[in-house]
Design a protein around this ligand. Structure first.
Ligand code: SF4
Ligand code: SF4
Ligand code: SF4
Length: 248
């Protein structure tokens, strides 16, 4: 059976999720062995092959006109399209600009010459094209990437266990930051990152997006009202999950 043709493509972003893939150690050799990697800029430089692809994995946000065009072309050329990381999945850190007032004023403040600069609102790629699945996080958990991509390659429909970051955090026996009065989003955030932030003394800021069925009000309740909704929503802006919490 021929190997599935896979393309890993970046729109506008820091490419940190691609970097996490390269950090997979020996499993990257397994990926190279089992998949026909047609496009993976960080691993192969400018060498890339045209579609069609069985699986396209898209990292980053559509910001430039070229990004939008490329994203739509990739969709047409791919059987399965996966959003990689919180930029593609949720809007990610770039979405902060949507919440900073007049974006035309902001861009003039940053750039002397704004001629030809596209300045759209930041949106998840699912607002532009149909997305079949996602690998959450900023950056992604590379072990989760490996599992999900291999399952797609085997024709399966991967599943991400629907449990909060707190689940893994408690398994790791971390000190609970929420119980210390800190606004940790662990109870309302989709787990799967091994609670890496609380394990290192930082609150969870929900980069993997809301756990279905939870709400900011629930977090406020757990915090016994120590922080108001507006301030909690400010934290949700960091990884572009404010809109998703409002809609959850
Ligand atoms: S999700 Fe985070 S690490 Fe991945 S590309 Fe976006 S900003 Fe970079
Ligand atoms: S530190 Fe955060 S993630 Fe960990 S158990 Fe407490 S609330 Fe949950
Ligand atoms: S603990 Fe929260 S912010 Fe940190 S990686 Fe996990 S989901 Fe993202």
């Amino acid at each position: 059976m021929p190997k599935p043709k896979v393309a890993i493509i970046s729109l506008t972003c820091c490419e940190g999720c691609q970097l996490s893939i390269l950090d997979l150690g020996e499993k990257i050799l397994d990926i190279a062995d089992k998949l026909d990697l047609r496009n993976f800029r960080l691993a192969s430089g400018t060498k890339s092959f045209p579609g069609p692809y069985d699986i396209a994995i898209v990292e980053g946000c559509p910001i430039t006109k070229d990004n939008f065009k490329r994203l739509k072309e990739i969709r047409k050329q791919s059987k399965v399209l996966i959003a990689l990381g919180s930029c593609a999945h949720l809007g990610g850190v770039a979405e902060i600009k949507n919440y900073k007032g007049n974006k035309e004023e902001q861009i003039k403040y940053v750039y002397k010459n704004i001629e030809g600069i596209n300045n759209p609102d930041i949106t998840p790629i699912s607002d532009v094209v149909k997305v079949d699945g996602f690998i959450p996080g900023c950056p992604i958990n590379n072990e989760e990437f490996y599992r999900i991509v291999m399952e797609y390659a085997e024709g399966k429909t991967p599943y991400i266990a629907q449990r909060p970051v707190c689940y893994e955090c408690q398994l790791r026996e971390n000190k609970c930051l929420l119980q210390e009065g800190k606004p940790c989003f662990g109870p309302v955030t989709l787990g799967g990152c091994e609670a890496i932030c609380p394990a290192n003394g930082f609150i969870c800021e929900a980069c993997r997006g809301p756990l279905k069925g939870t709400s900011i009000e629930k977090l406020q309740e757990i915090m016994k009202g120590k922080m108001d909704k507006k301030d909690l929503m400010k934290i949700a802006e960091i990884y572009g999950v404010k809109k998703e919490f409002e809609e959850n």
